[in-house]
Ligand binder design. Structure first.
Ligand code: IPE
Ligand code: IPE
Ligand code: MG
Length: 239
């Protein structure tokens, strides 16, 4: 039996800034890494619910190019937790037919994390279910600059540079733009996530901290999305 709520529209692509692990830990009187452990574990639950709603693309922000400013111990601890979770959740993701992609720069990350991520991408490469993109060591500006560099290196003539051709050089090549852009943890900013792709995304902010972002909270975000009027600069029919 399905427990799904009825929605008039469901987003095809959901992007999430998974924020609030540190504050969750503080609320529980725990060290920040305990918050990251709870947050990384929550990924599985969230993926399950979005699979149930047949969302085709889910893109999650796990580590930004700015997160290197944090303490060495937090960064190392976070990467270790993430590497472990990626390997433990491989089977679960594969069984659900999820195809995993990485957005960002893998080089610079610890070997174990690179290996586990690459193994998961390889394991799931022929799957035809939800496409899960993990933005890890990702920055929206670096992504755009990387695309410009590749354009120049390949000698693409100026008149061939348009929105469609440019999009193909981004890390998200082949993935449609996000429809619903969620940020947990209460901040109302983009923090360098999907700067190009989010041009017309519907934004949804919630004060709920990432480890507490569960089925009920996901359904609230989907319901909010289904009530939006997307005009893309045009007008409502009949106006
Ligand atoms: C998000 O949680 C996870 C990462 C950026 C790795 P934070 O660690 O930013 O949690 P807060 O914002 O301090 O609560
Ligand atoms: C954004 O959260 C990055 C990720 C969730 C991976 P941050 O906690 O790093 O963002 P700021 O510092 O509040 O903008
Ligand atoms: Mg934060």
């Amino acid at each position: 039996m399905s427990h799904r709520i009825n929605l008039e529209y469901c987003p095809q692509h959901v992007a999430i800034i998974m924020d609030g692990n540190g504050r969750w830990a503080r609320q529980h009187g725990l060290p920040r890494l305990a918050g990251h452990r709870a947050g990384v574990l929550n990924g599985r639950r969230v993926i399950d619910v979005f699979c149930e709603y047949q969302v085709r693309y889910l893109t999650v922000y796990a580590f930004s190019t700015e997160n290197w400013k944090r303490s060495r111990s937090e960064i190392d601890g976070f990467f270790k937790i993430l590497a472990g979770r990626i390997s433990q959740d491989s089977q679960f993701l594969n069984e659900r037919g999820v195809k995993v992609r990485h957005l960002g720069r893998l080089d610079g990350l610890p070997d174990e994390l690179q290996e586990n991520t690459n193994k998961l991408i390889e394991l799931t490469k022929d799957n035809t279910g939800m496409v899960l993109s993990i933005a890890l060591n990702y920055g929206g500006r670096v992504e755009i600059l990387d695309a410009v560099r590749r354009f120049i290196i390949q000698g693409v003539p100026a008149h061939d540079v348009d929105e469609t051709s440019f999009s193909r050089y981004l890390y998200t090549s082949g993935i449609p733009d996000p429809d619903l852009f969620i940020r947990t943890g209460g901040e109302m900013r983009l923090s360098n996530f999907l700067l190009w792709q989010a041009a017309y995304a519907e934004l949804y902010y919630t004060p709920v901290l990432w480890p507490d972002f569960d089925r009920v909270e996901i359904e609230k975000s989907l319901l909010s999305y289904s009530q939006r009027q997307r005009r893309f600069g045009g007008l409502e029919p009949g106006e």
